[in-house]
Design a protein around this ligand. Structure first.
Ligand SMILES: *Cc1c(COP(=O)(O)O)cnc(C)c1O
Length: 305
């Protein structure tokens, strides 16, 4: 028994026609709390629960916090999520819907996270949103499911925030003997922390995040993301906020699934004519995201260049 579900793997006719390759979708937007995060977070929470943790603490107002709240409810472990004042009412409502205690503190994530750290007692577990080997091991199950389905892709497209998904997918590719399958790592231009690190050859802290893809907003990627880049073929791609938002709208029409711009970034690469032309079969990780509404996406489209 795992907390995450096996998600559908489908061939997308609209995306295949747009890309000129066979595009396969791993629909992790259909995880019970709306994103792939449940794979890694669920695994981490199960391990901590088995070790006797009595309380889970998170400082993510996004999909990681939601996954912790969901996992805690399922395991019967109380959850506290500390979020900054900038967190939307929708995100707070979703967290409370999962039974989490929501504490609002500080004007930035740094301040919320600092308070969260003080709440972690000896019998508690702090669940990081992207930088933890337990998370990567859990995220790797996504590739196991594709391998079980008998589909070996020629490339994998995914979004990168702090690099947890990237680290997990690379772990999954390696453990299935697919070390030759390249990963196309997509970020929006205003949240390009992996791109900056790959250019510099070492981890870099961005001065600021300037993107509607809030779930990609890690100023610095996990060190493991750079290890992945050294040990596995990883190609960095950037898309505009507009392209990510338009991909969300188009994907909603094509597949009737609403995703966040963070996921739209990966989809935008598949919708960009010719971007995947050199690959015959491409796996796109539809990582999902529960915090954006259609109204929000349409409002952002009015605002971006
Ligand atoms: C967390 C998240 C990402 C980025 O994942 P990282 O592990 O931080 O790289 C992308 N899309 C969605 C919807 C997310 O919730």
């Amino acid at each position: 028994m795992t907390l995450h579900i096996h998600t559908p793997l489908i061939e997308s006719r609209p995306l295949s026609l747009a890309a000129g390759s066979n595009v396969w979708l791993k629909l992790d937007a259909l995880q019970p709390c709306g994103s792939f995060k449940l794979r890694g977070v669920g695994h981490a929470c199960e391990v901590h629960h088995a070790r006797g943790a009595r309380h889970f603490v998170s400082s993510s107002g996004g999909n990681a916090g939601l996954a912790v709240a969901y996992a805690g409810r399922k395991l019967g472990v109380p959850v506290t999520v500390v979020v900054p004042e900038t967190t939307t009412d929708r995100a707070k409502d979703l967290l409370r819907l999962e039974g989490a205690k929501v504490v609002v503190h500080g004007s930035s994530w740094q301040e919320a996270n600092a308070l969260a750290q003080t709440l972690v007692g000896p019998d508690d577990a702090f669940i990081h949103p992207f930088d933890d080997p337990l998370l990567w091991a859990g995220h790797a199950s996504l590739v196991d499911e594709v391998a079980e389905a008998g589909m070996k892709p020629d490339a994998v497209v995914l979004s990168v925030g702090g690099g947890g998904l990237l680290s997990g997918v690379v772990e999954g590719l390696q453990r299935n003997g697919w070390g030759d399958v390249p990963v196309l790592a997509v970020e929006t231009e205003g949240a390009a922390s992996l791109h900056a690190a790959m250019q510099a050859g070492h981890s870099v802290e961005l001065e600021r995040i300037a993107s509607v893809a809030t779930s990609l907003g890690a100023k610095r990627v996990a060190d493991q993301a750079l290890v992945c880049v050294q040990q596995h073929p990883v190609h960095s791609h950037l898309v505009s906020d507009r392209a990510a938002l338009e991909a969300c709208e188009r994907f909603l029409l094509d597949h009737r699934v609403l995703v966040e711009p963070a996921c739209g970034a990966a989809l935008a690469l598949a919708y960009a004519p010719g971007a995947l032309a050199q690959y015959q079969n491409v796996l796109v990780v539809v990582c999902g995201g529960a915090t954006a509404t259609l109204e929000q996406i349409q409002a952002w489209l009015q605002q971006v260049d």
